[in-house]
Design a protein around this ligand. Sequence first.
Ligand SMILES: [Zn+2]
Length: 245
Amino acid sequence: MLGGIVGIVVFLLLFFYAAFYNKGAAGERSIARRLATLPKEQYVILNDLLLPTSYGTTQIDHVVVSIYGIFVIETKNYKGIIYGGQDAETWTQNVWGNKYSMPNPIRQNKVHVKAIGRYLNILRIQSNIYSIVAFSPRANVLPNSTECHIIYYNQVKKAIRLYDTPQLTIEQVNQIVNVLQSEHLGSKESRRNHNRQVRDNQRERQQKINNGICPRCGGTLILRNGKYGRFYGCSNYPNCKFILN
Ligand SMILES: [Zn+2]
């Protein structure tokens, strides 16, 4: 009897762990499944890339390389009402009146686009790189953006297929895929170092803010009066648009 109860408790713990612990990974799997149904002869899918950058490494959820261009996809498994400006440092997630801060995914994905762009420069290949931020259907209301597709998981394939003008040859697609695959840091150690780097960066960012320093450019954070009340912004505005939310 006791064994049975312990069994049930363990089962429930494992169930909740699986259900709630790694929601981000579940989102990535969902997108990967959808992307896998794109025609294989036209689209090459690279999931969960870890690429070296000048400052360490960057992790990219999905890259789709095709003759129609390159698509860089950031997956966000958030629920609630999501809002924030294109240039804001953070966005807000409102779940039944409870507000949480999240990194601005447009900015996050810009870093990824830049990393891919570096390889295009090296290869001397010109191609458009399209930024897509894909939200879980659990989110309702998404911000608009002129520089990025901000859409739901089930709209990603359609957004990719909107682009049907060839801009790369098959050879160029293969060159790009080869360089990304060879640059990908696949080891567990690389992954651990990356996670440590992310944590260190977050800590460093928070320390700067606590000391009144703009984490984006090193300027001074000053209290400003805005249309919607007072806020802390960067002294280097308009060159730096950092705002503390
Ligand atoms: Zn600044």
